[in-house]
Design a protein around this ligand. Structure first.
Ligand SMILES: [Ca+2]
Ligand SMILES: [Ca+2]
Length: 286
């Protein structure tokens, strides 16, 4: 007999590996569901461990069905702001204004000419990014803070030779700061110990040109942490600051792969005349 989900909701249980506690959530189902229908559900309250064990139990009118389990592992956080859920980034409520999610096409948004990117970091005008709108009623010095989801530190990955006992993470993002009234972009590491402490880990002020650039910062959180991205309004309306493609990865920041490609290219361009001369010499005189 076909299970009937219409009366009850499947139960979703998940456990953070290395911890013993199960969280339990009920997934609300709007109406009867069809065979083969894809249901999606976002787990939002997670703090980042190495992996989760997720168990899904259907609850039908006849009782609980067979549960299925799956382990979900991830080591890297990446947010390109393509989804409205913002990868569980959240807006600070104690500041003056909010970051806005927008694509290069800027449909349905107010737009100050000559500032703000025409495409997201990937070059797509359909791609989304986050930005601060600095036209009225914003005033100089107004701040908008965007807070990352909360991450657990992975104490197991620490090498024994390391002097400190805390793992290193590489935090990267792309920024676009173009306009004559650009204020500042400040990045804080927020430690969520017994007290909240914010430490400034990166800051840039003023016009940086009409293109996306990447910032890379090694961070050394000692406890559960968030990264807070703060845009500060400058002296006028041409000061939209945009960000995109935020990542947090275990380990130290590496050189960008682009840099390495250029290094290899320059190496061969440098060698080419010598190779050419050698071949020429070989053909003529050997
Ligand atoms: Ca994007
Ligand atoms: Ca805000």
């Amino acid at each position: 007999s076909n299970p009937d989900f219409s009366k009850n909701a499947p139960g979703l249980y998940f456990v953070q590996m290395d911890q013993t506690r199960w969280w339990e959530q009920e997934i609300p189902i709007g109406g009867p569901i069809q065979k083969g229908q894809l249901l999606t559900y976002n787990l939002t309250e997670l703090i980042k461990p190495e992996s989760y064990l997720v168990r899904l139990t259907p609850i039908t009118r006849y009782g609980e069905g067979d549960a299925s389990e799956r382990t979900i592992t991830y080591r890297e956080f990446h947010c390109s702001f393509e989804e409205e859920a913002l990868c569980s980034f959240s807006q600070d409520k104690s500041d003056e204004f909010d970051w806005i999610r927008q694509s290069g096409t800027k449909e349905g948004t107010t737009y100050t000419p000559n500032t703000g990117p025409s495409s997201d970091h990937t070059g797509s005008s359909q791609g989304f990014y986050m930005f601060i709108e600095t036209s009225r009623p914003r005033l100089e010095g107004d701040k908008a803070r965007l807070m990352s989801p909360t991450f657990n530190i992975n104490t197991k990955s620490v090498s024994s030779s390391s002097a400190s006992n805390n793992p290193t993470y590489c935090f990267t993002f792309y920024y676009h700061m173009f306009g004559k009234h650009i204020g500042a972009l400040n990045i804080f590491l927020r430690l969520k110990g017994q007290m909240l402490t914010d430490t400034l880990i990166w800051s840039l002020t003023g016009n940086q040109g009409n293109y996306w650039q990447q910032a890379r910062v090694n961070i050394h959180p000692t406890t559960t942490f968030q990264v807070v991205m703060e845009g500060v309004r400058g002296s006028g309306i041409e000061g939209n600051i945009a960000i995109d493609d935020v990542t947090i990865e275990e380990g130290e920041c590496k050189d960008s792969p682009m840099g390495n490609q250029y290094a290899i290219l320059y190496f061969f361009l440098f060698l080419f005349p010598f190779i050419f001369l050698f071949c020429f010499y070989f053909l003529l005189f050997m």
